[in-house]
Design a protein around this ligand. Structure first.
Ligand SMILES: Cc1cc2nc3c(=O)[nH]c(=O)nc-3n(C[C@H](O)[C@H](O)[C@H](O)COP(=O)(O)OP(=O)(O)OC[C@H]3O[C@@H](n4cnc5c(N)ncnc54)[C@H](O)[C@@H]3O)c2cc1C
Length: 616
């Protein structure tokens, strides 16, 4: 988008997309333990050098093929043709997707028995970061497909796996998740789509689903819809939901595609962001009923959805990180070019680069340290997902599952909240030019805005943390978690003066969160409404503490690498990690204490005010 303008300021140069490989490499080398994963039987081939080689190759692919389509995707969007109920993706998407399939990128984190690469989810997560940083809309097609693969792998029968799974793993067919209906958003139990069993064992599906990502498009030959529906005798609510495979096209016996199923995309939404990702209204059974194949047993659909929920929520949290990363790259490049005012100490008579102004540096360092914290949270959580599935000991699996359960609401909600904050800060760094579409920066902010809403709104994540996760093992899980954070103190003490500020702030935040957690749990026992009223500020403080903990670990690792002579990293990256960890813990983490009153205030004040008569 860089280029000359006919009048006024020149268009600012947008940074070329730079795959954040050095930052990812730091996390893989120091914050998670890739060699330990490679000791697990299924991942024996996933040694660190192989993994970094794959990421390097993948980064080259997304930078060359996918990133250049981000802007055209935003400008042209996907287009629905009402005459044929087809959807045309923006120019270049179809071709780039074909090359993505040809290269086999989608299958890397899935087991070899389904023709996948057999790599850990952690590596799939790193690849997801690369592609969603390059082009969030494009990444949504593989992302939804991966969620559906996860569900089918765990709950599909052998025939379903044979017919559908392999094509989904290769990416030849994409998939969708059909939960939402007009009356059933956060309240999935209100789903009304009908499923009626036929004599041949299939079901006829009829109903309308809304907001279905990549429900229709031109990038793959077939689309495998996973649809939540209700059989006639099903009990009400989430206990009566079943899950069906509804393919767009049936398969012939010889493996070729056959007739079309009775499913159509009747329109797509005009959205604020992710414009290239078609968000479809799907109609099932307009002409008698769409044929669906039951996954597992009737009425178990929600349970099956939960299998993939953690991975899907982690992936959406990752979208917050990805957009923040992309926005930071642009903001940094702009701040290194734009001149305004005279920075303190600069020679008179010349304008300074805005990066030399303290306030702009604060914005940039805030962005970068939030990005590092999000990345640490997400990768540690992805590693725990692998260990929860593959650790050789039952106790190891359970400990890691608990970590995942507690951190998923943080990874999803805090990272997407911070995605919005960081993309907004990028606009601020650009000044007025940041508000102008041609600069390219507003797209990151607009794209980020949905991430706090889908895959369970952030309000729902907060309720999940407070209502379900704090109660895990009767409160013993959160106690264990907080104990782990407290245990870092001894290491920080040993590290000496350099990390003293981090140590002080982490200890203070820990005390506040531990006290507030106890108060919140007691309040919840007396009146759940009080606990729910404090859920969102609690999620925020718990997230800040989690981020502070991992940033303190980052600081320890960076310091050790510097002391030992860098350990395979670039020296500037390692020094940068120490700087962002210190900034985060000393300047952002103290916000924890300010949140405590809102967590423990209870619900009375919220309900005392008659909102309808307050002003207006
Ligand atoms: C671009 C886009 C893509 C999407 N992709 C898909 C997809 O592929 N498949 C799919 O099935 N769906 C998809 N969705 C739907 C998305 O998951 C829902 O929009 C989301 O779950 C929220 O539901 P809702 O919009 O009905 O909001 P509502 O549920 O009406 O929520 C409105 C507000 O009320 C709050 N709220 C609701 N219930 C409670 C409660 N019990 N306690 C406290 N607060 C509450 C929410 O947090 C929110 O702030 C997509 C949506 C969009 C916009």
């Amino acid at each position: 988008m860089a280029g000359a303008r006919t009048a006024g300021l020149p268009w600012p140069a947008m940074a070329e997309y730079r795959p954040p490989l050095r930052d990812i490499s730091f996390v893989l080398r120091h914050l998670v333990d890739v060699p330990a994963l490679a000791e697990l039987e299924p991942f024996a081939h996933a040694d660190l050098e192989t993994v970094l080689g794959i990421l390097d190759e993948n980064a080259r692919f997304v930078a060359g093929e996918v990133a250049p389509l981000n802007r055209v995707g935003d400008l042209e969007g996907s287009v629905h043709d009402p005459a044929t109920n087809t959807v045309r993706t923006p120019p270049g998407f179809k071709e780039a997707y074909a090359r993505y399939v040809e290269a086999g990128w989608g299958g890397v984190p899935f087991p070899p028995e389904y023709d996948g690469g057999g790599f850990p989810w952690l590596i799939g997560t790193a690849m997801q970061e690369l592609i969603s940083t390059a082009n969030l809309s494009f990444s949504m097609a593989p992302l939804l497909t991966q969620g559906a693969i996860d569900l089918l792998m765990h709950h599909g029968n052998e025939e379903q796996k044979e017919v559908f799974l392999k094509k989904m793993v290769t990416g030849e067919w994409t998939a969708t998740m059909n939960l939402t209906e007009p009356q059933a958003g956060s309240d999935v139990g209100a789903v009304r789509t009908k499923a009626v069993k036929q004599d041949d064992g299939t079901y006829l599906i009829s109903g309308t689903k809304i907001f279905i990502t990549f429900g229709e498009h031109d990038m793959s030959d077939n689309i495998v819809h996973l649809v939540l529906a209700r059989t006639p005798e099903a009990p009400p609510g989430t206990k009566g939901i079943s899950c069906f495979i509804v393919p767009k096209f049936f398969m012939n016996d010889d493996g070729t595609l056959g007739e079309r199923n009775d499913v159509a995309c009747v329109s797509i939404e005009h959205k604020m962001g992710i414009k290239a990702s078609p968000t479809c209204v799907m109609s099932y059974g307009e002409s008698g009923g769409a044929v669906g194949y039951l996954i597992g047993e009737e009425n178990q659909g929600m349970r099956y959805m939960f299998t993939m929920m953690n991975n899907a929520r982690l992936s959406v949290g990752l979208q917050g990180l990805s957009l923040a990363e992309r926005a930071y790259q642009d903001a940094l490049a702009y701040a290194q070019e734009r001149r305004q005012g005279r920075a303190p100490g600069a020679p008179p008579g010349e304008q300074s680069l805005i990066i030399d102004h303290p306030d702009v540096r604060r914005m940039l360092l805030t962005m970068k340290s939030l990005i590092d914290a999000m990345r640490a949270i997400i990768y540690v959580c992805a590693e725990a997902i692998d260990l929860a599935a593959h650790h050789p000991d039952e106790s190891g699996r359970q400990t890691n599952q608990e970590l995942v359960d507690l951190v998923i609401p943080v990874a999803k909600a805090w990272s997407t909240d911070m995605g919005i904050e960081v993309t907004s800060l990028a606009i601020q760094v650009y000044g007025g030019m940041g508000y102008i579409e041609e600069s390219g920066v507003p797209q990151h902010y607009r794209d980020a805005r949905i991430t706090t809403i889908y895959e369970g709104t952030n309000g729902i994540q907060a309720m999940d943390l407070v209502g379900r996760k704090l109660a895990l093992r009767g409160g013993a899980a959160i106690e264990h978690y907080l104990g782990n954070i407290a245990a870092l103190d001894a290491e920080l003490e040993k590290a000496g003066d350099e990390l003293a500020g981090i140590r002080t702030q982490l200890a203070a935040a820990h005390t506040t969160v531990a006290d507030t957690t106890r108060a919140l749990m007691e309040a919840g026992l007396n009146d759940p409404r009080d606990a729910l009223a404090g859920a969102s500020p609690y999620l925020r403080m718990f997230s800040l503490l989690t981020a502070g903990w991992l940033m303190a670990r980052q600081a320890l690792q960076a310091k050790a690498a510097i002391d030992e002579g860098d350990g395979g990293d670039d020296a500037d990256v390692v020094r940068g990690k120490l700087a962002t960890a210190r900034f985060f813990c000393e300047q952002l983490l103290p916000a924890v204490s300010g949140l405590a009153p809102a967590v423990t205030a209870g619900a009375d004040e919220l309900f005392a005010a008659d909102l309808a008569t307050l002003g207006g």
